[in-house]
Ligand binder design. Structure first.
Ligand code: HEC
Length: 132
């Protein structure tokens, strides 16, 4: 009888530890990977352009990399960086002023229509992650 009781306790402890470990993993996933917005055809197009022209520095789902900042930040709220800032950044580049990543060079070959779609995607990502 005592053995069965000890066995049950062991199983319960093991389950509790497992639960704790999965909980911690889930928490990490939230902090490292931004949420994707609910995708629509135009957001998919924006994401494709974003990944082709901007993600190498600004990161997957705008999470940032060691070459450029995340857009999931109050700094890039439209009240601080209007939509126009994105067109100017793509066309003329950006002189480093907020961070220590260095300058952003002009992005070659990206059209205004593509930047418009990128902007739509970035704003949707910001919204999905509580910036807007
Ligand atoms: C080679 C790396 C690189 C690429 C590619 C890149 N960026 Fe940047 N971007 C940066 C860095 C670095 C900064 C931060 C400059 C600072 O404020 O210190 C920046 C800043 C910005 C800003 C803020 C501008 C401001 O006025 O402060 C916008 C908007 C932006 N990028 C948009 C884009 C878009 C849109 C694309 C794709 C079409 C893109 N970036 C591609 C590196 C990059």
């Amino acid at each position: 009888m005592k053995m069965i009781f000890q066995g049950v306790i062991c199983v319960l402890i093991a389950l509790a530890l497992l639960n704790l470990a999965t909980g911690l993993r889930a928490q990490n996933a939230v902090s490292n990977e931004p949420r994707e917005p609910e995708m629509t055809p135009s957001l998919n197009l924006g994401k494709m352009n974003y990944e082709a022209y901007c993600a190498s520095c600004h990161g997957k789902t705008a999470a940032g990399t060691d070459k450029g900042p995340t857009f999931i930040s109050k700094i890039y709220h439209p009240g601080h960086h209007s939509d126009g800032a994105f067109f100017i950044a793509a066309k003329r580049g950006v002189r480093a002023h907020h961070w220590r990543f260095g300058n952003m060079p002009p992005v070659k070959g990206v059209s205004d229509t593509q930047v418009q779609s990128i902007l739509l995607y970035v704003r949707a990502v910001q919204q999905a992650n509580g910036v807007l």
